[in-house]
Design a binder for this molecule. Structure first.
Ligand code: GP9
Ligand code: MN
Length: 634
């Protein structure tokens, strides 16, 4: 071999190529990554490269050949171990490794036996690059140089590496806007920035929150407790236990905003079934109810509904704080004899749900693998809502009773695509394709709820259940103000945009008879206390920011995650105080006391999450968290 005249730095090039290709073939053979188009395939192909150029390139700073060789081999071993561990892990979790999971150590006993069972002989493949790198360093001579020319070349090498990383990130952002801030899904991260960069990203996110947690102590908890107890509202006595012992079906209505309820689009009713419920004697419909989510969208809504605590600003709490202790609604229901679960026909790692649900004490997650998606039963983001509800009710029949199921719908999701046969009304005609299609998917969602009610009645579950439904967040963003203005027939101001954050909230109690339209001003924060009071569970001692919507003491004050707020008199948006009645700007002084309250409350909420303060609360045991269920292929 030494007779061949190898170009300079051949070893480095070979090492990068070997690990790059091993990684790429590892992606293709060991993970079930859904690739929709050529660009995504290209991103997947190039995504290991910038990291490998960087990490192997560090070898260019090592002067002695022996040490440099040892370094190159070590890197090839580490990258192989990373890919190999992820592949084994993926076999039973359908997910990539994340740091919080590695710290949830009390299940490692079970884990090690599952690990052994999930190692395949063919996994030796992941170490192909180690063999190649070892051979290369042994047989290929390496230059020892430190000339100016070399330093220049080295600089160019790193500039090119950085440029490649930027191109990768640019392509990824174009495919998935806000990829890093919203960090939807580990699968998406791996597909877009690669396994290695994903692990670095995970390390940064997790260590940031870990540091804040370490610095926190119990004294902060008493301050927050004082604030919350001082603002405590007595729940309604009249509604206490109105749904005691019943199954709770709590539905997240994807992207559904209140403006479609009891409204028409070009003469077509948009949500006929949900409209009929607003006039139903067993239904309480809240028409002044707001979402309070941030970047975590659906998952933020879930977080709020479970905990009655604000999600995080600028990141998804499901990702950043899945290691915390929570006092969730599900956990409380489970303590009171309910079988708690979430039903959602999507990948279990989306929004880090598989891990967060364990922290929330949810007993079972019926994810996409619990469903059979037949021909024509998927559109847009996945399973269509109608078959989803049909199959879910089938599963409910077999659940221990009473059960508490949170259900998450999906079809009415941006970009609001629908198959022709599911279009029950024509599209709208504005300059926004998004808004035009939104009415049709909202109409489909409405139809699916009707199917759910029918199925529940048919299964015999209906009479002994309550059905709670909330819109999770807006579907039409401010980017579509012009089209919205055309639909609403007015110019959409910051005031209107705040008003457009209203989402429908329903509580349907079969046979109750007291149902009506409730104008109480409320938000997602109020779901937990309201529902728990209905089933007769006391929440007086709980750290929650919401209160029972049926309570006479309930306060007309809703704070948005971004600091906007609404009271019965004022709406505060983009630093302007509006008169709630007229929608006109008014004296800023009038909003001042509420601005203060809003920021105090949001700060306290952040303090709870950042410091993981609920672990200091009596009766909480941080060690109870378990790893997500094993899904071995035994
Ligand atoms: C995905 C679904 C949609 O599982 O919850 O998430 P979103 O983008 O609306 O947050
Ligand atoms: Mn959503």
């Amino acid at each position: 071999m030494s007779r061949i005249n190898w170009p300079k730095h051949s070893v480095l090039v070979i090492a990068v190529l070997a690990t790059w290709l091993t990684t790429y073939f590892g992606y293709l053979t060991s993970f079930n990554l859904s690739i929709d188009n050529m660009i995504q395939q290209l991103i997947l192909f190039i995504n290991p490269l910038s990291f490998l150029l960087l990490i192997y390139g560090i070898g260019l700073f090592i002067k002695t050949t022996k040490r440099r060789n040892a370094y190159l081999v070590t890197i090839s071993v580490i990258t192989s171990v990373i890919m190999f561990s992820n592949a084994v892990f993926y076999r039973f979790f359908s997910d990539f490794i994340t740091i919080p999971l590695l710290f949830q150590t009390n299940n490692f006993g079970d884990l090690s036996s599952s690990v052994m069972a999930n190692i395949h002989g063919t996994d030796i493949f992941f170490f192909t690059d180690v063999v190649i790198v070892a051979l290369a360093v042994k047989y290929i001579p390496q230059p020892t140089e430190n000339s100016r020319q070399f330093k220049m070349g080295r600089r160019l090498y790193f500039i090119a590496t950085a440029a490649l990383f930027m191109v990768n990130l640019g392509l990824a952002e174009a495919q998935r806007p806000q990829l890093l801030t919203r960090s939807f899904d580990r699968e998406l991260l791996v597909k877009n920035i690669g396994t290695y960069n994903y692990h670095i990203y995970d390390l940064i996110v997790q260590s940031k929150s870990h540091a804040q947690r370490v610095l926190a102590d119990g004294s902060e908890l008493s301050e927050v407790e004082n604030y919350i107890h001082a603002n405590h509202k007595e729940p309604s006595v009249e509604m206490f236990e109105d749904a005691k012992g019943r199954n709770i079906i709590n539905i997240s209505l994807e992207s559904l905003q209140s403006f479609v309820i009891n409204n028409e689009m070009d003469g077509h009713e948009i949500t006929p079934f949900l409209n009929s419920l607003t006039k139903d004697k067993d239904t309480f419909y809240f028409d002044n109810f707001y979402h309070q989510t941030g970047l975590g969208k659906t998952s933020d809504a879930e977080f709020i509904v479970e905990n009655s605590i604000y999600p995080r600003n600028g990141s998804a709490v499901f990702f950043t704080h899945s290691g915390n202790t929570y006092d969730s609604m599900s956990e409380k229901l489970a303590q009171n004899g309910y079988f708690t679960n979430v039903m959602h026909a999507n990948n279990r790692s989306f929004w880090n749900r598989d891990i967060m649900y364990k922290a929330l004490g949810i007993e079972k997650f019926y994810d996409v693998e619990s469903y059979t998606i037949g021909e024509g039963q998927a559109v847009n983001w996945g399973m269509k809502d109608i078959p989803y509800f049909e199959q879910s009710v089938e599963m409910m029949k077999d659940m221990p009773k009473p059960f508490a199921s949170r259900m998450i719908t999906l079809t009415n999701h941006h970009p609001f695509d629908l198959d022709d046969e599911d279009m029950l009304i024509p599209p709208y005609t504005s300059n926004s394709k998004t808004l035009n299609k939104y009415f049709q998917t909202a109409r489909y969602l409405d139809e699916s709820i009707k199917v759910l009610f029918d199925e529940l009645k048919e299964s015999g579950l209906y009479d002994n259940s309550i059905i709670v439904m909330y819109g999770d967040h807006y579907g039409i963003s401010e980017n579509h103000n012009k089209a919205m203005g055309m639909y609403l027939d007015k110019e959409v101001t910051a005031f209107d945009n705040a008003e457009l954050q209203k989402v429908p909230f329903y509580i349907h109690i079969p046979g109750n008879g007291k149902g009506k339209v409730m104008h109480e001003l409320g938000g997602q924060m109020d779901v937990r206390p309201t529902v728990l009071n209905l089933v007769g569970i006391d929440t007086k001692e709980d750290l929650q920011f919401g209160s029972d919507l049926f309570s006479k003491e309930h306060e007309d004050f809703v704070i948005f995650r971004d600091g906007r707020f609404v009271t019965d008199k004022y709406v505060y948006a983009h630093e302007v105080c509006y008169d709630a009645e007229t929608g006109e700007p008014t004296d800023a002084e009038l909003c001042a006391p509420y601005i203060e309250r809003a920021s105090t409350e949001l700060d306290y909420s952040d303090t709870i999450i950042n410091g993981d303060l609920l672990r200091f609360k009596d009766g909480q045991d941080d060690n109870e968290k378990k790893l997500p269920e094993m899904k071995g292929k035994e």
